[in-house]
Design a protein around this ligand. Structure first.
Ligand SMILES: [Zn+2]
Length: 161
């Protein structure tokens, strides 16, 4: 397990490419209930990386007829701890959520904790390419390899566990 700051520049660039920059919401970001979190993969998959993010939504701003996209620092925002798991997705918890309409912070000032999941909702019905099969090599008796047809994540597992 690693923390964000121990990554090399190359690893960090690849991480941003896949998951967005430190002030962006990662793809597939979704709030879930405490009940849903209690049964989610956070408790079963291995945590590969932890990253703290303060995430803003984007807005367009036009100055002198030129439109750019910027972080909306007056809008809703969430500071969260993101856990990237070895199923190729992730889970997050937060105690700092800002509601811009009500102009109020929730979390450590209200005693609430917020739960999130992000990344692909895998569908394990993908077909491995011959090259992927070759890279995996021989499997033991109880081992299986499946692939997500949506994002291409490959998961090797042992059904005897
Ligand atoms: Zn997937």
């Amino acid at each position: 397990m690693r923390d964000y700051y121990s990554m090399t520049k190359e690893e960090r660039d690849a991480h941003h490419e896949q998951w967005g920059k430190p002030n962006s919401f990662p793809p597939g970001w979704k709030e879930i209930t405490a009940a849903k979190f209690a049964e989610c993969g956070f408790f079963t998959w291995c945590i590969e990386l932890i990253e703290n993010r303060t995430m803003f939504h984007l807005k367009e701003m036009t100055v002198d007829g030129k439109t750019t996209v910027i972080y909306d620092q007056m809008g809703d925002q969430i500071s969260a701890r993101l856990f990237f798991t070895n199923d190729g997705r992730g889970y997050a918890i937060s105690n700092q959520v800002y509601d811009s309409k009500k102009r109020e912070w929730r979390g450590h000032s209200t005693g609430e904790v917020f739960y999130f999941e992000f990344g692909c909702k895998h569908e394990w019905d993908g077909e491995l390419t011959p090259q992927e099969r070759q890279n995996i090599g021989p499997l033991f008796r109880c081992e299986h390899v499946v692939k997500c047809s949506k994002c291409g994540h490959v998961w090797r597992y042992d059904s005897s566990d």
